[in-house]
Design a protein around this ligand. Structure first.
Ligand SMILES: O=P(O)(O)OC[C@H]1O[C@](O)(CO)[C@@H](O)[C@@H]1O
Length: 246
């Protein structure tokens, strides 16, 4: 794993957005794996700014998002469809039909998982997967205990995850209990992965990631077995690490 420590969230967003822009410029028909949550918001802002100022084009890019809540309509302000529209898709030239997100309202959710998995295969896999990390070590919505070989599946969200995400809703009762997520096995098939960790709330999980063996109670630990992972962490997130900073 390559580890890049940066000063703060702003620098993290700059490093991450530059990596994405470089890939898109080098291979305009790349498939990008995208994440939601608080972590990537600033990165998407910089991608939009770069698109406006320098014209980086997403006309040929395909995107696949990690996850979506079950039961929220695409236009629900807390759905990840809505999030992506607000933060990125409406501000760049990515054709709508090339932006893929699991459908949390599908009649047959199992079939939707299979469809999504096949879609990723048809796209020949993800070239660069962006990941955040939950305080319990989840990646996507793969909670502790998820099989490392899992494919896209329905997950019952951990109460700690619902509580962490409550900040985006009016009350805890509104936070969905289930989501569709790419599996850990799906994520691990990505050709390269960029794990972004910022803020003091992530300091413990980042330390655990460095110190603990690979085990499925810490889903992100499997990333140590991936050949092309870069972790970008800010000083606050790295504050419990005992390794020298670069
Ligand atoms: O970036 P945040 O909001 O801290 O969330 C971390 C991770 O948790 C999730 O939001 C799911 O709870 C992921 O989508 C994200 O990568």
């Amino acid at each position: 794993m390559q580890f890049i420590q940066v000063k703060d969230y702003q620098q993290l967003c700059e490093v991450a957005s530059q990596k994405i822009i470089q890939i898109v410029k080098k291979s305009p028909n790349s498939t990008l794996g995208l994440a939601t949550g608080g972590t990537p918001e600033g990165i998407y802002r910089l991608l939009c700014k770069d698109h406006q100022q320098h014209g980086t084009s997403y006309q040929l890019v395909q995107t696949v998002n990690l996850d979506e809540y079950v039961g929220l309509a695409k236009d629900h302000p807390n759905s990840y469809h809505y999030y992506m529209q607000q933060h990125l898709f409406s501000k760049i030239d990515l054709p709508e039909h090339q932006a893929h997100i699991p459908n949390g309202l599908a009649d047959d959710l199992e079939q939707e998982c299979e469809r999504y998995e096949q879609l990723i295969e048809r796209l020949d896999g993800v070239d660069l997967q962006i990941l955040g990390i939950g305080q319990n070590g989840h990646i996507g919505f793969n909670e502790p205990g998820t099989s490392f070989s899992s494919r896209t599946h329905i997950v019952k969200l951990a109460e700690s995850t619902r509580l962490a995400n409550q900040r985006f809703f009016h009350s805890i009762d509104e936070v969905p209990r289930y989501a569709i997520t790419m599996g850990i096995g799906t994520i691990m098939k990505s050709k390269s992965i960029l794990l972004l960790v910022n803020g003091v709330k992530k300091a413990t999980v980042l330390r655990r990631l460095f110190e603990e063996e690979v085990h499925n109670q810490l889903p992100a630990s499997i990333l140590k077995h991936h050949p092309h992972v870069t972790i970008v962490a800010d000083e606050e997130a790295a504050s419990q690490l005992k390794i020298p900073s670069n």
